[in-house]
Design a protein around this ligand. Sequence first.
Ligand code: ATP
Ligand code: ZN
Length: 225
Amino acid sequence: MTERNRLRIAVQKSGRLCEGSMELLKAIGVKLSIRDRLLIAHATNLPIDLLRVRDDDIPGLVMDGVVDLGFIGENELEEKMLERQAQGKQFQYKTLERLEFGGCRLSLAVPNEMDYQSVQSLQGKKVATTYPFLLERFFREQNVNAKAVMLNGSVEVAPRAGLADAICDLVSTGATLEANGLVEKDVIFRSKAVLIQRGGEMPDGKQQLIDKLLTRINGVMQARE
Ligand code: ATP
Ligand code: ZN
């Protein structure tokens, strides 16, 4: 295969999805010569290149067809899809497999002292989040007129800083919430890591390779059950 025909897979460079993705690639026999700071890592035994990027960039890279496959959290994927939908941009992709890592939930949390009966208690309030499209969709479904305030970091300190009344953030244990005087109230989205493929036709060689990788992934997942 020529360079152009190598399968391009986007993975998170570092962070919570990195280990799970790299472990799975290793388990299905993709051998890499990873030098830490490189954007691209070439597999040594298969025509595969890994693109190591921030997780936020992965849905867009797949939807724009810049890479063939990507490992990404469903939260990030769904948010990007809603964002692109709102902008009238293309958001095509296929989910190949829901994976057994990266599990978390996107939850509404409020300060300990807030009187919270249900999501209706947020009527007219501001809610800080990194996922404004997912949050606003939830508010629409619940008929709540509340505002999502976009923050890329430090979401959990927003109420104390007077930037918002409540937050909507990713939770796995709840320890961060507790440390910031917040209580988790409603789960709005449950997420796991997924493997996605770009839309459009794949050349034969690439499709065969993808099919082979998928068969191996299923084998690994079954063995781990
Ligand atoms: P990057 O530098 O790549 O942008 P990040 O800080 O945005 O990294 P991480 O914190 O590594 O991202 O989280 C990546 C993904 O891991 C999340 O989008 C989510 O799908 C998943 N995840 C699993 N557990 C958690 C958790 N407790 N908190 C946040 N994300 C989690
Ligand atoms: Zn990110």
